[in-house]
Design a protein around this ligand. Sequence first.
Ligand code: UT7
Length: 313
Amino acid sequence: MNGLQLLGTGRCLPGRRVTNDDFARTLDTSDEWIAGRTGIRQRYFCAEGETAASLAVEAARRALEDAGLGPEKVGLCIVATFTADRNTPSLACQVHQALGLPETAFCLDVNAACTGFVAALETARCLLLGGQMAGPCALVLGAEKISGLLDFSDRSTCVLFGDGAAAAVVRLDPQAPWAAVFGARGDSRMLHGGGKEDPYLAMDGRGVFRFAVETVPVCIRAVLDKAGLTLDQVDQLVCHQANSRIIHSIAKKLGQDPARFYENMQRYGNTSAASIPLALDEMRRSGQLQAGQTVLCAGFGAGLTWGGVLLRA
Ligand code: UT7
């Protein structure tokens, strides 16, 4: 079916760990509210000198090392991000420079917010399948420095997000199952920020919650239908890590035990495009994700956008 095989993963978290109690010292909030409403207990923010690019480079380096591959095998590098440090060069080109990727490598960033990593995987698969890439492997990353867009006096948003980067090395596998489903509902009110007029992230939290719980189960079922698989034939389920209650509602709608869905928002908060590869890296390194397993990844978020794909570990 010409799906993607995961050859290696890596992650990089910045140096400043901030707990819910740390927020409660300066804001009218509490660990009880944040953890109870979202599952989040702590997150990491960039310290002085740390950037989306520095996190991306380190995550990519670790993923190549995990895959046991040198940079010469990389035919393309795609970074999913909505918080690149500057408009140009792309984060992908900064990874290219730092890791010494070949001149023949195709490099670009994609912005699909929290759906970014899933969108980047499908982009990588199509480009590899097109047969024009110079190397057999793709480096696919999610990298975010969301702290730069947070209003730290707005308790309804600043406690939700975190910075981080994670990378996956993938290649085409003719035996690996594949299906991809995407959607968008253009909406500039529900979740926005980073512009001249709206420098800080702002959102209608309840609206985004409802949107996620409505669209993600439908998306997951559509991926399975396209691939001719049942949920029981999927070994691991990884959704974007925005809120534990969203994941539990998705599981309930699909008639699944929520324990089947990986959760790590308690450690990192919502890291947008980085959240799914962060989960994959943790799962791989802890032994939960084993060679040959099938993983279904589903992202959702600003845009509004959503998407789901399969991966073979
Ligand atoms: O990556 C995708 C993007 N984002 C998401 O997926 C987020 C989706 N939405 C959510 O996760 C939830 O809607 C939130 C966690 C953002 C909010 O949870 P909620 O249960 O929908 O709460 P709410 O917004 O309805 O707010 C309930 C109350 C409000 O007070 P009043 O108006 O009822 O008096 C808020 O002002 O909680 C208050 N509140 C807080 N209280 C303590 C909002 N933020 C905080 C806070 N600490 N940090």
